[in-house]
Design a protein around this ligand. Structure first.
Ligand SMILES: Cc1cc2nc3c(=O)[nH]c(=O)nc-3n(C[C@H](O)[C@H](O)[C@H](O)COP(=O)(O)OP(=O)(O)OC[C@H]3O[C@@H](n4cnc5c(N)ncnc54)[C@H](O)[C@@H]3O)c2cc1C
Length: 467
């Protein structure tokens, strides 16, 4: 509900309030404070980090030192082309271009200002034309979130936990000046909760993430029961509160599914790495009913998800040579029974009841195509790092897509102001990160969310202090 109101208690007034303590919110808060703003971060959960902290934290950037060393030729223009192609025209070219043009700067900022360390590898995910994705060391979003928390501590930025934002307050001039909150919030609360008000003299930055786990909000969009990689707390209440003050939304029905997960564990889990980093680049997907391939495994996530959801009974396969080449360790996922190890293709076929001859023909054809650089029937481009699937043991995982990322959300301009349904700026209100609508369009390329969160978060942090 929208309120006409005035701040009465100065102790409840800040210059800037950031809602959400993921990559986008903390980047905004740090940049805001470094530019002289007095900022507080409010977080509904008992711990910081949102989906950012459980992510892999992989970040995409073009024209980096790491690429130069490997002879990879890349540019912000090429990254922009990739994101626009994948977005199928639903992204706003101005915002997508801004993210690409500032991607290198954001990556460098994470190293120089936050002190995040990265592995020396440069990975590629479906839909990128060249490898441009960097993995934090250790591989986890928590690597960057913990560095951000340390920076917040250094700068004296308070992060107030268990503080749930439920609505916005406007003044007589229609400017957003505050919020209504629930203190001591927990996911399992009863309905009897007391709410209070907090005010912001310069602005409020929404960085509340996505809603890909919000079954209630998504029930009209996804009719079947679904699994998700997201935290249970990933929900749409701040988008709904924004809509009540006439904020515009777009593409709320565009949900990205992570194709590379398995139903044999919850969330993104251990299998996500096997699927996303290994099978997609080095292996094949096979339909267990027919023993045949059915998709370009290096297609973008939407393309691969759609094909898997149509096919249903699907496994990913790679051989020993490829697993060694990737450098990733699989013991944990193997010990947990998520990845299966087969001494032979006969063993593999019998384990999943796949027609044996058909599977062998599929693999022979695939190997021959790689070796002779033939045209792939599904349009896969055979890259130099790929090799035939021939060296036992063979590694497999059952594959089932899970909701992963909400592509739609609040409509913003390039300065991160939230726009209303008439296209006008809602004064005092900013939004950054996954809660926004226009960066990725119909499909987000792997590692581009972290880039977006840092680029747009930092822009909001600077813009809000200008008021
Ligand atoms: C398993 C997994 C792996 C991923 N790996 C990658 C990757 O390697 N690279 C990449 O680019 N992307 C990746 N992504 C996507 C990426 O992590 C997210 O899109 C990104 O972290 C979102 O950041 P954010 O700051 O917008 O939101 P979040 O990190 O989700 O933070 C939002 C915060 O706002 C809080 N909040 C929400 N509502 C309220 C409210 N009402 N009041 C107060 N607080 C509220 C939430 O509790 C949360 O802490 C991955 C996602 C997942 C789930």
């Amino acid at each position: 509900m929208s309120h006409q109101d005035h701040p009465t208690h100065t102790q409840n007034t800040f210059e800037v309030i950031v809602i959400g303590s993921g990559f986008a919110g903390l980047a905004a808060a740090i940049e805001c404070k470094m530019n002289g703003g007095n900022v507080i971060v409010l977080e509904k959960m008992k711990a910081i980090g949102g989906n950012s902290i459980i992510s892999d934290g992989g970040i995409a950037a073009p024209d980096t030192e790491e690429q130069h060393v490997l002879g990879i030729i890349d540019s912000s223009e090429l990254m922009f082309e990739d994101m626009m192609r994948s977005g199928e025209g639903l992204n706003d070219p101005k915002i997508t271009r801004l993210v690409c043009e500032h991607a290198l700067d954001a990556y460098t900022w994470s190293k120089d200002v936050l002190n995040v360390k990265y592995m020396s590898r440069v990975d590629i995910f479906g839909g990128h034309q060249v490898p441009r994705c960097y993995s934090p060391d250790p591989l986890s979003g928590s690597t960057m979130i913990l560095k951000m928390k340390r920076k917040c501590d250094e700068l004296g930025i308070e992060i107030r936990l268990s503080t749930y934002v439920k609505s916005f307050i406007k003044d007589d001039s229609d400017r957003v000046i505050g919020i209504e909150i629930i203190e001591n919030y927990s996911l399992n609360q009863s309905n009897a909760v007391i709410s209070t008000k907090r005010y912001a003299s310069k602005g409020i930055i929404i960085a509340t993430g996505g809603f890909a786990a919000d079954k209630q909000f998504l029930k009209k969009i996804i009719k079947e029961d679904f699994l998700t990689t997201n935290k249970k707390s990933t929900s749409a209440e701040v988008i709904e509160a924004s809509m009540k003050i006439n904020a515009a939304t777009k593409h709320l029905d565009q949900i990205q599914w992570m194709p590379w997960t398995t139903e044999d564990e919850i969330g993104y889990g251990k299998g996500g790495l096997f699927g996303d980093y290994i099978v997609s680049s080095y292996g094949i997907l096979v339909d267990c009913k027919s023993g045949k391939r059915f998709v370009n495994e290096l297609g973008n996530r939407k393309h691969v998800t759609d094909a898997i959801r149509m096919t249903k009974d699907v496994i990913g396969i790679v051989d020993e040579t490829s697993v060694i080449k990737t450098g990733w360790k699989l013991e944990d996922a193997i010990n947990k029974g998520i990845i299966q190890v087969h001494p032979s293709l006969d063993h593999l076929a019998s384990h999943y009841s796949i027609p044996n001859e058909s599977l062998k023909r599929t693999i022979t054809d695939y190997n021959s195509n790689i070796t002779h650089k033939n045209i792939d029937p599904f349009g896969k481009v055979y890259e130099t790092w790929m090799s035939p699937i021939e060296t036992p043991p063979f590694y497999t995982m059952r594959i089932r897509p899970k909701t992963h990322y909400s592509l739609g959300g609040l409509v913003t301009d390039i300065d991160t102001h939230v726009l209303d349904i008439h296209g006008n700026i809602i004064k005092g209100l900013f939004a950054v990160g996954e809660v926004t609508a226009l960066t990725h369009g119909a499909n987000r390329l792997g590692s581009c969310s972290v880039t977006e969160c840092l680029v747009m978060g930092r822009i909001a942090g600077r813009k809000v202090v200008e008021y």
